[in-house]
Structures are given as C-alpha cells and as structure tokens.
Design a protein around this ligand. Sequence first.
Ligand code: AMP
Length: 470
Amino acid sequence: MTTETTFASLGLAEPIMRAIADAGYTTPTPIQAQAIPQVLAGGDLLAAAQTGTGKTAGFTLPILHHLSTRAAAAPRPGRPRCLILVPTRELAAQVEESVKTYGKYLSLTSMVMFGGVNINPQLKALKSRVDILVATPGRLLDHMGQKTIDLSGVEILVLDEADRMLDMGFIRDIKKVLAVLPRQRQNLLFSATFSDEIRTLANGLLHNPKSVEVARRNTTVEVIEQSMHRVPQAHKRDLLAHLIRHHDWQQVLVFTRTKHGANKLAEKLIKDGITAAAIHGNKSQSARTKALASFKDGSVRVLVATDIAARGIDIDQLPQVVNFELPNVAEDYVHRIGRTGRAGSTGSALSLVDDEEMSYLRDIEKLIKRSIVRVEIEPGFVPPAKADLMSDERPPRPPQGRGGPRQGQGAGRGQPGGRNASGRAPQGKPATAGAKPAASRGAAPNSPAQPRQPRPQAALFSSKPGTRGH
Ligand code: AMP
C-alpha cells in the first residue's frame, strides 16, 4: 500500500499540498502513507514510528487539514485547538518549525512553549490566537497553574515520542494535562518503542485506535553502515581525532555517555585543531542552540552530545555518527544511529568499544538482531604515549546496569533544550569506517547472521518488558 500512495491521493487541502511541494517532498514516507488517512478519518491513532521516518509530517499535515477546513468552536486568544506534547525543547522547536513550514499558506497560528526560558514572551503570545501549541509538559503545567492557557478548546491531542516522555518522568505531568482537556477530541500517540507503560497510557487515552507502524530504523535503514573498533578507553580521543582527519569527516555527531566526557572530548578535538562543540543537559539554552546551528551550517565539524541532548535533532543527510562510548541501554544505540541515513540518504555509524563495553555490544547486537562489523584500526594510528593520557579517560560506570538512570538529561521540568536553527546542513561527504574489516564485511566471525537482516515487524508490538527501567 505504501509504495503506490501519492500525496495527491491523500486528499490534503491545496495550500498544504503547495507547502509539501515547496519542501521538495515527492512521495509520502511509509508512516505518512499509513498515518495521514487515519488521522484524516478522524479517529484515534497509535503509531509506532521513530524519529527520522517522517512522522512529524505524518501527524502535522492532517492536523493542518482538519484545523483549516473546519471552524473553531469558540475561538479565543490563548485557547489552542491542537496540543502537541513532546519530551524535549529541541523537538518542540523542530515540530513547531514543521507546523510553520507545512502551514505557511494557511492562516493558522502556532506557538512553541518550553521551560528554561523567560516566560514573559510566552505570556504575551498567549494573548493572541494560538491554533496549534507545541509544548513540553513542565512549562505547560506552569501556564496551567497560572491560568494563562485555556485547554478547553483542544480538538486534537498529540503525544509525540511518548516513550521518551515516560522515560523522562513526565507521566504525572501528562496526566494532569489530560485531566483538563475536553473529553471529545482526537488523540494521536506516537512512540518508538512499546513498553508495558506505554500500553497502559495508550489504553487509558485512546478510543478504538487504529494502529500504524513502520519498521524500526534498525531494520529499515539499510543504508546505515554499522561498524566498530575495539579500542581502550584511554586511546579513544586520539583515535577519534585521527579518524576525523584521516577520513576528512566534515560533519560528525559523536555520542558520549557523560556530560563531562562530552566536554572533555570537545576540548580535546579543539586542541587538535578540529572545530567541535558539546551539547548536554548542563549547557545553557543559548549555548545549545548556538552549537546546533553551527553544526548544521558546517562551521563546527563535530558535535559531541549526550543521548537526550541529541534526541530529535533533525539534520538532513548527516553522514557520520560515532559512538564514543556505547550506551548502556541498547535501544539508545538505535536512536543514536538513526541520526544518520535519514530520509533515504546514506550514513555510517562507528562505535569505539572498550573491553568493558563488550556486554553492551552484545545487548545491542541482540536487539538489532545482527552483528556489528568489527574493523581493525588502520596502522596509521599511533596510540598516545602513556604520559599523554589524561587521568579521567574512563567515564564513570552507571550506578545500575541496563535500565539504570540516564545521564545527561534534565528529567522533568526545566530540562534544557532549545529552538534550533533551521539552517540546512551542507552535504557532508558520506564516509565509511574506511579501514579493513577484521572479518568479512557481512558478519562478525562468530555470527552467521546476515548484516542487514530485517527484524520481524511484529516485534514492535510485542509485550516484551521495556528495557528502559520501567
Ligand atoms: P521526522 O521523522 O519527522 O523527524 O522527519 C525526518 C526528515 O524527513 C525531516 O528532515 C523531514 O523534512 C524529512 N521528510 C519528511 N517527510 C518527507 C517526505 N515525504 N519526503 C522526503 N523527506 C521527508
């Protein structure tokens, strides 16, 4: 069904079609082909889709259609007709950017609301008409408490990246918001994973929902080349600097497990003459916005990020992701590598793996049902002399194993984030790990698995207990 669907066949209003054409989209992505007709039909929706699949347009386009083709019941300033709840500020800013992009030929208005910034401009904006409100739960609750927002006119509610909102401890906030919404409304729930907690939320929220799903990124994004180097933690910074120069990577997103590690790594790269910036929960709003904008416009080659800081970051055709450390939650690996190879472009994800991280690697390979190709480090790399090694090379181990508390994220209110720049990234040269494989390129020595073997889609909705510490 998804291959033949065209935007023209979806029945979206003409001004929306024009904006889609302006964005350069020719064909709906699979999640759009499935979700848009369901949302247009008016019922509730449960959608399994990760970021990078085109899910934002999957809900934004039909919402714009609904709001532009039917009149508001009682239009008043500060009384939105659609509420989109998202976990992070970055995502809030990006979703609202999409709303503006796709709604540019409509007279609908939108607003983004998140914490950590002065509330006054938000108060001012709420004195005008706001049709679509994109918000993180914490700041929305602040407005509810101050009675500066009226949610009694919400016709459509979206919970975007619901799994991540639960991970970040937003469930109580979400429930408080749900309690003040009108009973008669359309509910759309998007989640990358389906833990028992998400199911409980969905059961309480959705009425006879239609389910749509697209295969997880780790199964559909066959264009992502995944490889790893075995390397002691103490050599990683030097190796990374070497790889960036050796492969002439122009735009590389690097994940570290700790905020401190992100800072140290960025400092080291800058010392080595490689432009770099770090984003994580301790960085100010403006620092993060600036770092992201510089990375997007190409003035900074390396963006070092912790998991939450990078969540939802949308960079067109990002060619290279590096896991400086493997995440201790296997699903974060999938989120991380999903930053590259988006919307059909090619990408490469390289992991630097210390002996101590091998158990994480095994968890990841089990989750993605394939082995990650181990590649030997080129002979050109000279490990640093002992005296040059810094004393804090090893990141602190998480206090618990899988599912332990996440680092680098401001859970609950006031978590940092920011409106991102809408600049487009330059076309970075797609890069590969570049070195000779230790085993055949297809599979690790001890695994007969095919590297690009698809994962059964049914797994998405299996009731396997969440791996995220619920
Ligand atoms: P999302 O999953 O919503 O974060 O979207 C991922 C990327 O896909 C964004 O850069 C969108 O601009 C892009 N995108 C969304 N829909 C389409 C489409 N139909 N064709 C091409 N690119 C798209």
